[in-house]
Design a protein around this ligand. Structure first.
Ligand SMILES: Cc1ncc(COP(=O)(O)O)c(C=O)c1O
Length: 435
């Protein structure tokens, strides 16, 4: 099957005139002539403007947990927006949503809403700094916490730029990030107990917060090694540091209580967005009452759109469904089938592949046998990964172009979709050879 792309290419040319790179977020640009432009999406599928249908494993970078255009969510949104899309007052639905969030997320005693993951982490960082009276943050290489300047460091630099693993160099991920913010950040390899212990021994009392993704949803879904999250917890207690778990990708996806439930870890604060609203703009941050209570006591926090009705209604409907039905269990079962099937395909074809992550968001790194941090991951065969992805897309299966980005599954991905994906990948792996 050969897909046609004439309309995509023409729309990209138009888009170049009015948007940098012809897109509204850098990660959506795959290159000239190969960037897909969307026409519509339903369930597990997405159609581009040329009418090509894809089984969607990008799911908007993770938010679509139930499926695209999911009826029960959309109906609730429509019902609510007919009563006013936004107001500068708090609604009962909002209070009910916050009650749901608090009841589902083990470490969250109080929370506030925001509109995006970037905002959620930005607010959490302010609160942690205010609570501790300290300025410095610590994050891990390969983790991404949104586009705010404070944590946009060492997300995707070549590993050589990071220096020695016991005294890493923080690398800004963009021009335009103020140089002096470097004094406010430590970046360490994920899963490195020794580097963390040594850094905290010297600087622990200056650090306001350690922020981490529980599993590296922005770097090959690398899992925390046994005891690593617990070690962070213990070190935060030792030095009076706020532990922020960034659950923007894992929240309401790997378990109803997110990574806190899955890995049995209790951070001081947590951030959410993505699956919370099944695609509508809504986010949240929260944590211990004692910490969250600084808001309003000299700590500023707000946002005109924080309680936007489409987002609130979508989140309310999504969380209600997650609580009522074994949705995440079903996704995990199908995801496991997909992971196992892909593993077999690589094994049969003699290709080394290291799988990591959770069945609802997993990745594989090619040509390496173990990955515990971005430095390991950077040794994987990304060029081959991309050639496989491009061939799969031409056959109607769409994971992200970026090998750091996990494959995401939704409740709408059926067993038949998994079978179709495996058949296509088996063909692709046979056809596209590793050099
Ligand atoms: C772990 C994590 N935190 C924060 C963000 C930023 O979220 P948003 O794109 O909604 O601003 C992302 C986005 O991918 C993320 O994966």
């Amino acid at each position: 099957m050969t897909l046609t792309h004439a309309k995509n290419i023409a729309l990209q040319q138009r888009a170049y005139q009015v948007m940098p790179l012809g897109v509204n977020s850098n990660f959506r640009f795959w290159g000239d002539g190969i960037t897909p432009y969307m026409e519509r999406a339903l369930g597990a599928y997405l159609w581009d403007v040329d009418g090509n249908r894809y089984i969607d494993y990008r799911l908007a970078f993770g938010p679509i947990i139930l499926g695209h255009a999911y009826d029960e969510v959309d109906q609730k949104v429509i019902e609510e927006i007919r009563r006013g899309a936004l107001s500068a007052m708090t609604s009962e639905l909002e209070v009910a949503l916050m009650e749901l969030i608090v009841s589902m997320c083990p470490a969250v005693e109080m929370a506030r809403l925001a509109c995006s993951g970037t905002e959620a982490t930005m607010h959490a960082v302010r609160v942690a700094r205010a609570y501790t009276g300290r300025d410095v943050l610590l994050k891990f290489e390969g983790n991404y916490h949104g586009f705010q300047d404070y944590t946009l460091w060492s997300t995707y630099a070549p590993a050589e730029a990071y220096g020695n693993r016991l005294s890493p160099i923080p690398v800004p991920s963009s021009s335009g990030i103020p140089r002096n913010l470097r004094d406010l950040i430590f970046t360490l390899p994920f899963n490195d107990f020794e580097a963390l212990e040594r850094t905290l021994r010297s600087f622990g009392e200056q650090i306001a917060a350690i922020i981490t993704e529980p599993c590296q949803g922005n770097c090959g879904a690398i899992e925390p090694q046994a005891g690593f999250l617990e070690f962070i917890r213990q070190q935060c207690d030792k030095y009076g540091i706020v532990f922020i778990l960034d659950e923007v990708k894992t929240g309401f996806r790997i378990a109803n209580g997110g990574a806190q439930e899955h890995y049995k870890i209790m951070p001081d604060m947590a951030t959410y967005a993505k699956a919370l609203g099944n695609g509508y703009p809504i986010a949240a941050f929260g944590g211990k009452k004692e910490i969250m209570s600084v808001i309003g006591q000299g700590v500023a926090q707000g946002g005109t759109f924080n309680n936007n009705k489409p987002g609130v209604a979508a989140a309310y409907a999504t969380l209600t469904l997650l609580r009522e039905k074994p949705i995440l269990k079903t996704i995990a079962q199908r995801g496991r089938r997909l992971m196992e099937g892909l593993k077999e395909i690589f094994e049969e074809n003699g290709i080394q592949a290291f799988f990591s992550g959770h069945p609802a968001m997993f990745s594989f790194a090619l040509g390496v046998d173990k990955v515990t941090c971005q430095r390991d991951w950077s040794l994987s065969d990304k060029e081959y990964y991309l050639r496989l992805v491009e061939a799969a897309i031409e056959r109607g299966v769409m994971p992200d172009h970026d090998p750091r980005e996990p494959w995401f599954l939704s409740y709408s991905h059926s067993d038949a979709d998994i079978d179709e994906t495996l058949n296509i990948y088996a063909d692709v792996v046979k056809m596209v050879k590793r050099h």
